[in-house]
Ligand binder design. Structure first.
Ligand SMILES: [Mn+2]
Length: 356
């Protein structure tokens, strides 16, 4: 049990008026306990009360062990998974994190008519939003690998190659450099770049294509996530104009990051630059997302986010312009908010590159 993190979470529980909560996400349970469990359809539930008492309810098959600071209550596949939990909770409000399956909550409510389930993710989300020194170091290390991998894979661009082949190379390079697992990498050519969530497919590279690499993976549990766009063999005037506009939106937004700014102001900075350049309707998504133990986690960096920036936050800055039927450009870096600005975790060049 990480006592420092636990005491931050219980402070937020008090702030949010929550006497007891259930934490169920793999990442949040790991954040507090150091145990990494992927329960799939089985039950994992960390019960916390505001005094700092913690009990872990888990399926015996997860192979966890009981410790004095974190008592473990196991059930088996033939038990009702919520039965022991139902005996441990207090009546009244019970915060439930957003990931707990409704089948468990409905089962628990059936056994305990005196509880009032309420949204309960905030205390852990608020704690996880500001990365501690250990987390910051792991995120730097993870992004250093990403810099290396994107450079290597850009060097593999050649005639006749497909998106899938490059995506496979990205996964291979990530695994060789310590990634925890393989992922679905976004590699897009030409008109496919106009779809921000296009997955790699069998499209073959052709001269004049924009090439987007949006590559991400957990390394030592902490995610990296970076996007670079390059051009194959030739670049048109329009491509160059769009590229330079996205780059300026990325760099200007980053230059405004410091504690006390509001997240929507960072989004707005990038959005205004793209709008002034005449491409406003083609920047179709939020500027970025928090990242850490999950690839997407709070805070949200969008026009609707009133959250003030705080030192220790890590999020992406990823403006893009997507022109249907033509091409697309996105440039993404991760930033760590510092006391007086930010540290950009990605170092790989953002200068326009024509390769091959
Ligand atoms: Mn991202």
């Amino acid at each position: 049990m990480n006592q420092q993190r636990l005491s931050r979470v219980t402070a937020y529980m008090k702030q949010e008026g929550l006497e007891q909560i259930i934490v169920s996400s793999t990442a949040s349970v790991y954040y507090l306990t150091g145990c990494w469990v992927e329960p799939h359809e089985r039950m994992l539930a960390l019960y916390l009360d505001a005094s700092g008492k913690a009990v872990l309810f888990a399926n015996a098959i997860f192979g966890l062990s009981d410790t004095p600071e974190l008592p473990l209550v196991c059930h088996t596949d033939s038990d009702n998974p919520v039965e022991a939990l139902a005996k441990a909770i207090k009546p009244g409000k019970l915060g439930i994190d957003k990931f707990w399956f409704s089948k468990f909550l409905i089962g628990l409510m059936g056994l305990r008519g005196d509880i009032v389930p309420v949204p309960g993710s905030a205390p852990v989300d608020l704690a996880r939003k500001r990365k501690d020194a250990d987390e910051q170091e792991r995120m730097r290390a993870s992004s250093r690998v990403n810099d290396l991998v994107v450079g290597s894979v850009i060097g593999m661009i050649r005639d006749g190659i497909t998106e899938n082949e490059l995506a496979g190379q990205v996964n291979k390079l990530f695994l060789q450099n310590g990634a925890d697992c393989e992922g679905t990498q976004l590699v897009c050519f030409g008109a496919n770049c106009a779809d921000p969530h296009h997955n790699a497919g069998n499209t073959v590279l052709k001269p004049g294509d924009s090439v987007i690499f949006d590559i991400f993976t957990p390394i030592g549990r902490y995610w990296c996530d970076m996007t670079r766009t390059v051009f194959y063999q030739t670049v048109s005037e329009k491509q160059r104009e769009v590229y330079e506009l996205v780059k300026r939106a990325n760099e200007t937004a980053i230059s405004r990051i410091k504690p006390g700014m509001l997240l929507f102001e960072i989004d707005q900075t990038a959005r205004e630059i793209i709008a002034q350049g005449g491409y406003g309707p083609y920047f179709t998504h939020r500027l970025g997302h928090g990242i850490g133990l999950d690839c997407h986690e709070p805070p949200d960096v969008s026009s609707a986010s009133n959250t003030p920036l705080e030192a220790g936050m890590v999020f992406s800055v990823e403006p893009g312009i997507y022109l249907p039927g033509e091409f697309g450009v996105r440039i993404e870096d991760l930033v760590l908010v510092t006391e007086d600005g930010c540290e950009v975790l990605n170092r790989y060049s953002k200068d326009l590159q024509v390769v091959g």
